[in-house]
Write a protein that binds this ligand. Structure first.
Ligand SMILES: [Zn+2]
Length: 287
């Protein structure tokens, strides 16, 4: 039985202050049929350099809430009028949301602009473009998970590619003067399809509008990796789960003396995960 591990946050590095070079954000996807917003996915951003077509494509979508709406929200909170605050908050959220159809059309155009293969997941709601850090920043880690991003030091990233680890693309994080820094941002391209049901009962079903998968059942169900649906990559996403997972080979390398103690991510062995019928596969409560 193949072993797999989840990569999760461990420690926070307050010195690592990564910022977006440009404030360009993809809209979030809200499905009226599921009444759900798509959950974030780890290591699935678009760190490619921003080009004018992308600026044009994302121009209609706001990055931040307008000042007058924030002012209204603060006033409502100040007045202790929770009902009004909730209403304004919902209005603000709607500004950032589009329907699945609209999102898929934006995604399609973005893929065309960057010639992106289907193995690249495009996360709704994420910022587009490279990250920047301060010129003097030197990472104290080799691997660092800061949800929903995964980073490697330059030496660690180069070592991984050298050793032939698959399912990962590394993008430079720049310094403010435009040179590559000592850090890579990772995008995971490996893929494993739907998990396997390990306990009796329940079935998977897919929303035809937003294409999101759900697990239906009347009692908690245990799910596990389905190796027959795994593309063999060392870093991979699992269909309908938000996290990043690694193979035994990647786990071994990340625990080798080269990486020593500089892995600022928890590598938890995955066996079977329990999914409650009120939650989605990633543990998000249905609204
Ligand atoms: Zn849906």
């Amino acid at each position: 039985m193949m072993q797999w591990f989840s990569v999760a946050e461990l420690d926070l590095d307050p010195k690592f202050d990564a910022d977006y070079k440009e404030q360009l954000r993809l809209p979030r996807m809200y499905c009226a049929s599921c009444q759900q917003c798509s959950p974030p996915i780890v290591a699935a951003r678009v760190p490619e350099p921003v080009v004018s077509e992308v600026r044009e494509l994302l121009r209609p979508f706001p990055t931040f809430a307008p000042d007058d709406m924030l002012l209204q929200l603060w006033q409502a909170l100040d007045d202790k009028d929770q009902e009004r605050a909730d209403r304004i908050e919902a209005e603000i959220q709607r500004l950032f949301q589009v329907s699945p159809e609209e999102f898929f059309s934006i995604e399609h155009k973005l893929r065309q602009i960057y010639h992106m293969p289907p193995s690249r997941i495009i996360e709704p709601g994420s910022f587009v473009g490279p990250l920047v850090v301060s010129k003097r920043f030197k990472p104290r880690w080799d691997v660092y998970m800061n949800w929903p991003s995964l980073y490697f030091s330059r030496r660690a990233g180069d070592e991984m590619l050298e050793k032939g680890l698959t399912g990962i693309e590394l993008f430079p994080v720049y310094t403010r003067d435009g040179k590559p820094s000592e850090v890579y941002e990772a995008v995971v391209t490996g893929y494993c399809g739907l998990p396997k049901l390990l306990s009796p009962g329940g079935d998977f079903f897919q929303c035809q509008e937003c294409k999101r998968w759900y697990l239906r059942g009347d009692h908690p169900l245990k799910i596990g990796l389905d190796p027959s649906r795994w593309d063999g990559s060392d870093f991979f996403h699992v269909e309908s789960l938000q996290g990043v997972y690694v193979s035994e080979r990647a786990h071994e390398l990340l625990n080798s003396p080269f990486f020593s103690t500089a892995v600022w991510a928890s590598l938890r062995p995955m066996e079977g995960e329990w999914v409650h019928p009120y939650f989605d596969l990633s543990g998000n409560l249905f609204s």
